[in-house]
Each structure stands twice: as C-alpha cells, then as structure tokens.
Design a binder for this molecule. Structure first.
Ligand code: SF4
Length: 580
C-alpha cells in the first residue's frame, strides 16, 4: 500500500508530502511507549511539513552561505549555480540532433540525468539506471535489453549498487535511452552527479528464511520520497544509502554514507522495548578507507525514511561545497562528531532520536558467502531462488531475454540484482530445478561457480571509464580462469578489481583487493595492480592492507595463487577470515 500510495502520488503529480503524512508512520505523543515509538516522531512537525521548495533554492542558500563566508565554491558547485542540471532537456535535444556530446561542465551536469560521456575511454555515453532494491520485473528487463540493442552496445552491466548500466550509447541515442526508460517506468532522475544514488536493500528481502525485516519496501519508499522532493537533489556530493535486513546475502550497508542494519534488541534496563530495529550507521566511504560507524540510534522500520530525509537535509545545508575531496558526509562527521550531527538531524525532524547502548543489540549472523550463487530455499514453502553468475557483472541482451524467460516460466517474473554484480531469480518450485539449470546454461551463464568466481567483483575498467588504468573486467575473468586451474578452495574468496583510487569495486573490502595502476616494464608502461589483502565487511570488517605495489598483470595470477595456497596451508581453521 505504501508503494502504491507513493507511485500514485508520483504519477498523478499529487502532493506526496501530504500522502506521506497520511501514512500510518508512527503514533506520536506520550512517553516512550511499548511500541518503541519516539514521542512526536515522524508525523507532525517534521521536515516533511516544510513548505515546498524549488530544487535550486536549497542549494543556492547553501552556496550563498559559503560565498558570504568569503570562500570560493568549487567548480562543480559553480556549474550547478549557473545552470540547473535538471533543466537541460532542450540542450540535450539540440545536441542529439547535431550529433554532439556535451562539452565542458555540461559533461558533469548531464550525469544528473544518468548520462555519462565516458571519453576518452570511449566516445560514447554510459547510462546509469535507478532500480531501488535492485528488483526488476521481467517485462522491464526485456525492455531494457531492447534499449541496449537499439541504442547501446547490446549488453548491460550489473553494478555494485545492484543497478544496471547501459554502454556504448551514441550522441543521438542518449536522449532516446532516457525517454525509453521513462516509457518503461524506470525513473533515473538523479542517477549520477551530486545525488542520492540507487538505494540498495537485501536482495532476498521478502523471501529470506533468516532475515529479521523486509528491506525492499523501505528502499522503494525512500526512492520515491527522494524523487518527489526535488530539494533533496541538491547535495554537495554523491550519497549512498543501503538497508540490510540481516538475511543470507549482504547488501554491504556499512560501506554506505548511511547504512541501516536490522538488529534484535532484548529488553534490559538501558534498552528500548525488545524487538527488531534498524541500527543507524553513518559515514561509510571505503574508497577513503572508512566504514560507516554505528551511531547508537535505533529505528523502527517505518521511521527510517523520515530520518534518512532529515540526514540528507542536514548534509545539503552543511556539507563542504568548496573542496570536492572533502565533500562527502564522512568529512562533515569528522568535523562535527556524531553528537552535533545527530542533534542537527533531530532539529530537522522536530523530535528526538531513540538512542541505546551498542551492547543491547544482537547483530544477525554473518551473511552466507555463497548465498548469492546457486539454489537456496526461500521462506515460502517449496520455493527456492537461484543466484545466476555473470562474468564480471556483464550480460548480453540475448542473455537478458533468456533470464526474463526463466523468471517468467519458472519463477514469479522477478529478477533481483545484487551488489555482488550478479542476479537472483526467485520463487522456483523444487521440481523445476533441473530445467532451470539447463535453461541458464543454454544461454551461456552459470548457476554454480568456483570459489574465486563467486566472489569476483570488477569495476568498468578502461573499456568504458576514463579513470581506469587497466582492463579490470578482462583481468578479473583471466584471473578466475587461472585460479580455477591452479588451486582448490573450500570457501568463497572475494577478489575485487578496481580501475583507480575511486574504488567503485571496493577493493579495500576484498579478501584480495587489486587497484589498477600503470607499471613501468623496461621502456614500456603496462597495466598492473597494487595488491591489498585482509579486507572484509560486516562483523568481519577490515580495510585491506597494501602488500605489493605495482605488479604487472601478467605476473599477478601466479602471485595470487601462491598467496591462496599459503593461506590454505596456514589458516587456523576452515573459513578463517582474511580480515586483519
Ligand atoms: Fe572508473 Fe575508477 Fe570507478 Fe573503475 S573505480 S569505474 S576506473 S572511476
């Protein structure tokens, strides 16, 4: 109902603030009652009651404050001040008819609509979608495949935000991809640039036998909340939010600016009433070697969206707009500390946040590291989901149509993308497993994977990203093939290959993390990597430590093999973590 309400509001152009207020979020008033609700929280007197603001008003006020303090805006803020990134339609039309790509700061502004001109890696657009929670109905999946055929390179990539990207889009085609997505009901406004990026949740939400809470409805609700509050697009920098319901497949919520993790609270004198809450963590940005840290705030599921909205508003007003390198939430938190930040969030909300000692929460057991690959029972009797392995996240449009057909014939027509760059097809009857296996293999994909392949994550690399120093996806597949022949592992090993320090593939959290670099060999510069080990996430979180610098890729596979052999010989017990 919540989703329907939001969707209706969006489609009909209704006053969604009013729609939100009419939702049964939390009963306000009174002391801290047995429901665990915070007094006066969520409905009356919140940020949602704020008068509607134009998308550019809030940014402009934040920018004005910077200028009034005598500082200069960074060039991206200046570009946003001069031109509203969401008002480029006429220019996009004109560019498309004259076969031109954007120039100058327009390259940055186009990203707000999801179009990235990726020259010099390729003189083409990449289009990033928005798929809250990563769940795509099969008919939409087919439609996206059609767009990739008609206007792109005939393939799509699953990203580390459980999202899709289309590539090799020509200058005339970008606008057709945008309108085609809108026709399909894929709203990718704010998919790039200084916006809240695709909201992720647990990919097994609603089907997971061990999850504590369904997080997909929360991701969808927040997605529509943001789309219907244009002032929430005025961020100083990009912003990541994730929900993890404590199920079989991790959503890596602690690598996000804002992470909500389901926890169980058993009543004790200093804790809120027993039950399941979402624990709020802030400030994750693994490219800067930082995980989100728990704040001590516990939320009921229905409280998460208003709190996320208030957090974004505090960031919009106070984030750094002078230096892009310092413009992420982490730096505001470093500057202020949690106490001041949370008190500003409370001012936005108009109510106090529920705090509790960290020790009162039971953290869910670690996710199953094989949970995103192969067949797994659902909580629905007699039904399973299958995790399909994609080579470094890439699939052809033919494979996309084949997957849509598997989902329709054997499942409920639902495809669930994961942050592990693969996808799940749910609601399969046990009797159909053999046919599903055969159908997946018939389209050239796998439902099973070796240990190195199951945990392989690679960013776009130099085939489509201007920052990349190496062919990360190609190298990932070559490395997996080499390791499969050379070493037998009895547990998944995460190997993350990232093309530059931006770390889109989160190399710092891999058991083995590889960051691309150019390496001098004789008189030549060749593609190579810095090698880190010991990363992890969740309760085994760790930032990988640099072990080797500047190894040419050709030398790397035997080194990784030796490392894995050494680990197998010296680990204290099977499954011992690499995290240090
Ligand atoms: Fe591009 Fe660097 Fe991100 Fe890879 S990590 S996709 S090279 S920005």
């Amino acid at each position: 109902d919540v989703q329907k309400h939001f969707l209706q509001g969006f489609v009909m152009g209704a006053d969604v603030s009013r729609a939100v207020r009419s939702l049964p979020i939390v009963s306000g008033g009174g002391a801290h009652d047995r429901s665990g609700a915070m007094p006066g929280f969520g409905v009356g007197g919140t940020a949602l009651d704020a008068p509607p603001s134009r998308p550019d008003r809030v940014h402009r006020e934040a920018q004005d404050r910077v200028l009034a303090s005598g500082k200069a805006l960074c060039k991206e803020e200046q570009a946003k001040r001069e031109k509203d990134p969401f008002s480029l339609w006429d220019e996009m039309r004109a560019n498309a008819t004259s076969d031109s790509f954007p120039r100058g700061t327009d390259v940055f502004l186009y990203k707000f609509s999801g179009l990235f001109h990726v020259a010099p890696a390729q003189d083409s657009f990449m289009c990033r979608l928005r798929i809250p929670g990563g769940v795509v109905p099969s008919w939409q999946f087919r439609g996206i495949a059609d767009l990739a055929d008609r206007h792109g390179g005939g393939f799509a990539d699953v990203t580390t935000r459980a999202n899709l990207q289309l590539r090799e889009i020509g200058p005339r085609d970008g606008i057709h991809v945008l309108t085609g997505l809108a026709d399909l009901g894929v709203i990718n406004r704010g998919a790039g640039g200084d916006n809240v990026r695709n909201i992720t949740s647990s990919p097994t939400s609603g089907i997971d036998p061990v999850e504590l809470v369904e997080t997909l409805p929360l991701a969808k609700e927040l997605h529509h909340h943001i789309l219907n509050h244009p002032e929430l697009h005025g961020l100083p920098r990009k912003f990541n939010i994730a929900f993890d319901g404590g199920g079989k497949v991790a959503s890596l919520e602690d690598t996000n600016d804002v992470g909500f993790l389901a926890v169980r609270v058993d009543e004790r004198p200093d804790s809120p009433p027993s039950g399941v809450y979402l624990r709020l963590a802030l400030g994750g940005i693994t490219g800067h070697e930082e995980f989100a840290r728990p704040t001590g705030v516990l939320l009921l599921p229905e409280e998460c969206v208003p709190v996320a909205s208030a957090i974004i508003r505090v960031f919009i007003k106070n984030g750094d707009r002078t230096d892009r390198k310092k413009a992420r939430l982490k730096y505001l938190l470093d500057d202020w500390g949690f106490d001041r930040f949370l008190s500003e969030v409370e001012s936005e909300l108009g109510s106090r946040l529920r705090r509790a000692p960290l020790g009162c929460c039971s953290i869910p057991p670690p996710a199953d590291r094989w949970g995103h690959v192969g067949f797994h029972r659902q909580k629905q009797d007699g039904r399973s989901y299958v995790g399909v392995v994609l080579p470094a996240g890439r699939m052809t449009t033919g494979q996309m149509r084949g997957l849509a057909e598997v989902a329709e014939r054997f499942g409920s027509g639902t495809i669930r993308l994961t942050v592990w760059q693969n996808l799940l097809i749910s609601d399969i009857a046990e009797a159909d497993h053999p046919e599903v296996k055969a159908a997946i293999q018939a389209i050239g994909l796998d439902w099973d994977a070796s240990a190195p392949r199951a945990g392989l994550v690679a960013c776009t690399g130099n085939a489509g990203c201007r920052y990349a120093a190496a062919d990360t996806k190609g190298h990932a597949m070559a490395l997996a093939r080499y390791l499969e022949d050379g070493v037998t592992l009895d547990q998944p090993i995460n190997i993350h290959l990232t093309g530059c320090h931006h770390s889109c593939a989160q190399h710092y959290i891999g058991d083995i993390g590889l960051e691309a670099t150019k390496v001098e060999v004789g008189e030549e510069m060749v593609e190579g990597y810095h090698l880190c080990i010991g990363g992890g996430w969740g309760e085994e979180r760790g930032i990988g430590r640099r072990l080797l610098d500047s190894v040419p890729f050709d030398d790397l596979p035997p080194i990784v093999e030796r490392l894995l052999r050494h680990y197998l010989e010296h680990r204290s017990h099977p499954g011992e973590s690499f995290a240090c």
